[in-house]
Ligand binder design. Structure first.
Ligand code: 4AD
Ligand code: MG
Length: 468
C-alpha cells in the first residue's frame, strides 16, 4: 500500500479540519476502514479560501503524494497538490460535529450515523459476519434456501405476526358469520410476514440434506427491550439425519467460526469498539464492567460451551443466591417456568461464566414442531445462551413422527388447514432432522460489544418507531 512515488486521488468525507498559518490538516474517511487518511495541505500551494467550505461532513476529492507521516497516529499521509469540494455540509445545520454524540441522539439521526466511527465499524462487521456465515455453510456443503417473506402460516405458533393485506381497512368485506372475508384479499386468504423460515427449510432439507436460510423475519411482539426488534435477520440451518447433539455441535462450531473470522479479519474495528466500550463503562463499578471485548471474544473461542438440561438449570436457579434473596424479577418457583433473560444471564455470567446450551425444555413452553422425549414432559429443544445477551440461538431436533406431530398440533391448536404440507413431509420419507435459528442482531451485539440492538442494525424497527 505504501506506494510513495505515485500520485493518487482519494475521495471521502471530512471528519475534522484543523490548521495553523502555513498548513491545514484534514482527516478524511471513505468508510473503507476505521482509520482516517490525513490530508496535509500546504497553504503556500493551495489558498486557504479553497478549503473554506471543507467542514466536518463535507465531501472532498484530493490528489497528491502519499508520504510517510511525520506525526504520530498514522503511518502515512497525503501531501495534497490539488483538492476539490464535492459536496458541502453547512456546519450550522450538520448535526454530527467532531465530538462524542450519545447513541440515543444518533438513533434520531440514523440517516447520517453511518458516518460516525462507531456505526461504520458496526456496518463493516455486519458485512463481515454476513459473508462469514455464507462461507461457513458453503464450505460445509450447505445450500442457501430463500424462504418466503409473505406466508399463510405461523411457523412458531405464537401469534406474533404482522398482517399483509391490500384490502381497505376502513371497509373490510365481511362474510355471513360477520368475520372478515379474506377470500376477497390479494391472496384469497389471510397473509402475514414470516416469523421464521424454518418450516420451508425443513421441506428443503428433506431433499438437499443440509440447508440454511438467512433472511429477514418479523415479530409483532410488543417487547421494548434492548434485545428485541420487530424486524430482524435470522440464520436457520436445517439438517437431515442430525440429532440434537449434532445440532449443538454445529451451533457451537458456527459461533466459534464467526468469532474467529471477526478476530482474524476485523481487528481494527474490534479494537476501536473495545476502546469505545471501555470509555462508555469507565464510570461503572468494577463488578459491573463487561470483559474487554477482544478478550471476551477470545475467551468464548477457547472454551467449550457448558451443556445441561433445563431441569438441571432449574435446580441451579432455584438454589441460587439471587433467587433465595428475592433478587430475580421473576422468582423461580419450580420446574415448568419459562426462563427469563435474567435467569439465562445468571447461568452464563455468574454460575458457569461461559456460554451455555440448555436442552430438553418442558413441552408447554416450546413450539409444536420439537421432538417429544420419552418422558412425555420435555422436548428436544436447545437454546444457546451467551454472556451479556441471554438467548442467541433457539433450536431443536424436530418431531419426525407423523402421529406424534399431528397430536401435538391438535393439542396446541395449530391450524392444520394452513400446515398440511408441513405434515406431509412426515408421511413421505421422513427422517430425524434438526436445526436452529441464530438471531443475527444478537450475534452482532456480542461481536461488537454494543449494548442496544437498535445500534447494530441500520434502521431498527421497534414499537412506535418507523422513521427512516
Ligand atoms: O427462538 P426462536 O423464536 O426460534 C425460531 O424462530 C426457530 N424457528 C428457529 C429454528 O429452529 N429454525 O428465534 C431464534 C433466535 C433467537 O434465539 C434470537 O436470537 C432471535 O432469533 N430472535 C430475535 N432477535 C431479535 N429480535 C427479536 N424479536 C427476536 N426474536 C427471536
Ligand atoms: Mg427462542
Amino acid at each position: 500500500m505504501q506506494d510513495y512515488e505515485k500520485e493518487i486521488t482519494v475521495k471521502g468525507w471530512v471528519r475534522t479540519k484543523r490548521g495553523s498559518k502555513n498548513v491545514a490538516f484534514i482527516a478524511l474517511n471513505d468508510g473503507s476502514t476505521i482509520n482516517n487518511l490525513q490530508l496535509v495541505v500546504d497553504l503556500d500551494v493551495i489558498a486557504e479560501t479553497a478549503l473554506a467550505n471543507m467542514h466536518t461532513g463535507a465531501a472532498v476529492s484530493a490528489t497528491g503524494l502519499l508520504i510517510p507521516s511525520a506525526g504520530s497516529g498514522q503511518k502515512v499521509e497525503l501531501s495534497v497538490r490539488d483538492i476539490t469540494l464535492l459536496g458541502a455540509a453547512n456546519p450550522d445545520e450538520y448535526p454530527l460535529q467532531p465530538k462524542k454524540h450519545s447513541l440515543e441522539f444518533l438513533r434520531e439521526k440514523a440517516h447520517l450515523r453511518f458516518r460516525t466511527s462507531t456505526f461504520s465499524a458496526v456496518s463493516r462487521l455486519r458485512h463481515a459476519m454476513t459473508f462469514a456465515i455464507h462461507k461457513f455453510f458453503n464450505d460445509k456443503g450447505f445450500f442457501n434456501i430463500h424462504s418466503p417473506i409473505i406466508t399463510g402460516s405461523d411457523a412458531e405458533g405464537a401469534g406474533e405476526m404482522f398482517q399483509v393485506t391490500t384490502m381497505h381497512l376502513d371497509k373490510l368485506p365481511r362474510n355471513a358469520e360477520g368475520s372478515i372475508d379474506f377470500s376477497q384479499d390479494f391472496f384469497g386468504k389471510a397473509a402475514n410476514l414470516t416469523v421464521s423460515g424454518q418450516l420451508e427449510a425443513e421441506l428443503a432439507a428433506m431433499a438437499l440434506s443440509k440447508v440454511y436460510t438467512f433472511g429477514p423475519t418479523f415479530r409483532a411482539e410488543n417487547s421494548n427491550t434492548s434485545r428485541h426488534l420487530a424486524e430482524f435477520w435470522m440464520i436457520e440451518p436445517e439438517v437431515a439425519f442430525n440429532d440434537i447433539v449434532d445440532n449443538m455441535d454445529l451451533a457451537e462450531e458456527m459461533l466459534k467460526y464467526l468469532i474467529k473470522y471477526a478476530l482474524d479479519n476485523c481487528f481494527d474495528d474490534l479494537t476501536f469498539l473495545s476502546k469505545r466500550l471501555e470509555e462508555e463503562e469507565k464510570n461503572k463499578k468494577a463488578e459491573e464492567k463487561s470483559m474487554e471485548l477482544i478478550s471476551k471474544l477470545s475467551f468464548v473461542l477457547e472454551n467449550d460451551f457448558e451443556r445441561l438440561t433445563y431441569t438441571e438449570a432449574i435446580d441451579i436457579l432455584k438454589n441460587s443466591q439471587p433467587n433465595k434473596k428475592g433478587k430475580f424479577i421473576y422468582p423461580i418457583q419450580g420446574w415448568g417456568a419459562d426462563l427469563q433473560s435474567e435467569h439465562e444471564r445468571y447461568l452464563v455470567e455468574k454460575h458457569f461464566k461461559k456460554p451455555v446450551i440448555l436442552t430438553d425444555y418442558p413441552k408447554e413452553i416450546k413450539a409444536f414442531y420439537m421432538k417429544q422425549n420419552e418422558d412425555g414432559k420435555t422436548v428436544r429443544a436447545m437454546d444457546v445462551l451467551f454472556p451479556g445477551i441471554g438467548e442467541i440461538i433457539g433450536g431443536s431436533q424436530r418431531e419426525e413422527n407423523y402421529d406424534k406431530l399431528l397430536n401435538r398440533m391438535h393439542e396446541m391448536h395449530i391450524p392444520l388447514e394452513s400446515m398440511w404440507w408441513y405434515l406431509e413431509t412426515r408421511k413421505f420419507g421422513t427422517v430425524p432432522h434438526a436445526g436452529y435459528g441464530l438471531g443475527f442482531e444478537r450475534l452482532m451485539l456480542f461481536i461488537t460489544g454494543m449494548g442496544n440492538i437498535r445500534d447494530v442494525i441500520p434502521f431498527p424497527r421497534t414499537p412506535l418507531n418507523l422513521e427512516f
